[in-house]
Design a protein around this ligand. Structure first.
Ligand code: HEM
Length: 223
């Protein structure tokens, strides 16, 4: 009698079936793991007296790292839509997944901004009005923050054009492509201002993810 539990060569999953969830899981675990490694014991931040705004500030970093990964996934899903090779890299793309990921990205982006706003307001013991508009004349730190501000404003436009194109299509579809610009500005912002983003691991990761976006863009344009 044939042993039905012995795997044959045909019954092994193909490599994309393993690679896809591994890539996705790595991307989703890495921001949290990086953040925890940099933080030490996070409980300390909630149990002991810390400078005002410190807890909100460390959460800014976590949200920033996740935001970058979510933005990359969203851009890649969109660029590789309908590309047969994409099946080797990412799970199947559906409009529903695109919308859910878009909403998650927007919420994390707002959390990143609002946590920073809260941290600064608590630290200064005054509402941080100066963060509500971009500013380019107060040194490199504020230039980096302002780039984040532009990326967030761009992300809101992208979300809005996503809604509008569902109804009317056309020009809004074109404007929705601003997401690529948002990704680029977000990348520069992260490298200018992020502490974890500047580590060798994250620098290499962000470079690799940016290169993947470029390849996906070329494939899209040549289809
Ligand atoms: C789409 C928009 C944005 C993206 C993709 C983004 C992404 C990131 C990333 C990846 C980091 C690095 C985190 C780290 O290494 O610790 C970061 C840090 C930071 N972001 Fe953003 N960001 C965006 C918008 C904003 C906005 C609107 C603000 C505030 C106005 C902001 C303020 C900051 C600050 C202050 C840090 C530094 C945290 C640290 O000291 O490490 N970001 N951001």
């Amino acid at each position: 009698m044939q042993d039905t539990f012995t795997p044959t060569l045909d019954s092994w999953p193909s490599w994309p079936v393993i690679a896809r969830p591994v890539l996705l899981l790595t991307l989703l675990v890495l921001p949290g793991a990086t953040w925890l490694a940099a933080l030490g014991n996070p409980v300390t931040y909630f149990r002991f007296d810390l400078p005002p705004g410190q807890t909100a500030y460390i959460l800014v970093k976590l949200a920033g790292l996740y935001l970058f990964v979510l933005l990359w996934l969203q851009v890649m899903f969109a660029l590789l839509k309908g590309d047969p090779r994409a099946r080797n890299l990412l799970p199947d793309w559906t409009v529903r997944k695109h919308r859910l990921l878009g909403i998650a990205t927007l919420l994390v982006a707002w959390a990143h901004f609002l946590l920073f706003f809260t941290a600064v307001s608590l630290r200064k013991d005054a509402i941080g009005y100066d963060l509500l508009l971009p500013q380019f004349s107060n040194g490199i730190y504020f230039v980096a923050v302002s780039l984040g501000w532009f990326a967030l404003a761009g992300l809101n436009v992208v979300a809005l054009t996503g809604l509008l194109r569902m109804r009317t299509g056309g020009i809004w579809s074109l404007a929705h492509r601003l997401s690529l610009g948002v990704f680029c500005v977000g990348l520069v912002h992260a490298q200018m201002i992020g502490s974890e983003a500047k580590t060798t691991l994250w620098f290499a990761l962000q470079l690799g993810l940016a290169a993947a976006v470029l390849v996906a863009l070329f494939r899209r344009l040549s289809r």
